[in-house]
Design a protein around this ligand. Sequence first.
Ligand SMILES: Cc1cc2nc3c(=O)[nH]c(=O)nc-3n(C[C@H](O)[C@H](O)[C@H](O)COP(=O)(O)O)c2cc1C
Length: 206
Amino acid sequence: MFYRPAEGHGLPHDPFKAMVAPRPVGWVSTLDAQDRANLAPYSFFNGCGDAPPLVMFAQTGRKSRPEAVKDTIANVRATGEFACNIVSKALKDAMNLSSGTYQPEVDEFELAGLTKTPGRAIAAPHVGEAPAVLECRTVKIVDDLPSWREHAFNIIVIGEIVGVHIDDAYIREDGRIDVEAFKPVARMGYMDYTTVTDVWEMLRPD
Ligand SMILES: Cc1cc2nc3c(=O)[nH]c(=O)nc-3n(C[C@H](O)[C@H](O)[C@H](O)COP(=O)(O)O)c2cc1C
């Protein structure tokens, strides 16, 4: 089949996210201007630079309050900082719980029973149970992207990683990180998730 997104796909469910899959989940923790903590998952998340290391995540869609951006975006705008917590399979239900549409004053760390650990390189806290955490300072917010829906925004946040936490339990004797041990949660299309179960090494031709 071939379809132009502007004209519709004709399938029972939108296949887009099932093709850009699996996507890692950046479980983004921030502080608001009153120092209240916020935590929410973003699977439009990836690395986008090496030296310095950069990451991006994107808001899609809308918040329930018309005109409002998601709390994470508002907090990043206010503070210029965020942490991307890596989601192990053991944390999948807490991650899912934190994705509900809550008012800004709700602290999803408390809601999901997570350890709110103070940041080292930034003020925003992170998830103590996460296998790894990337503390970031905002480099750029791209908010002039097209949107088809009223009061819905596509906004990309790009951050420079300025501090990295790794749970020592997942650093193997050879110095590599044991991804298969913590099983990072990745989002696919529909309501589907996956994790890493099949790792191989392949050298480049040159
Ligand atoms: C696994 C998962 C991935 C998600 N990825 C995104 C995403 O990439 N962009 C987005 O805008 N919302 C995403 N969401 C929905 C947000 O987590 C949800 O809108 C949340 O309420 C936003 O919280 P906030 O207002 O505190 O930032 C995702 C939800 C789940 C469960």
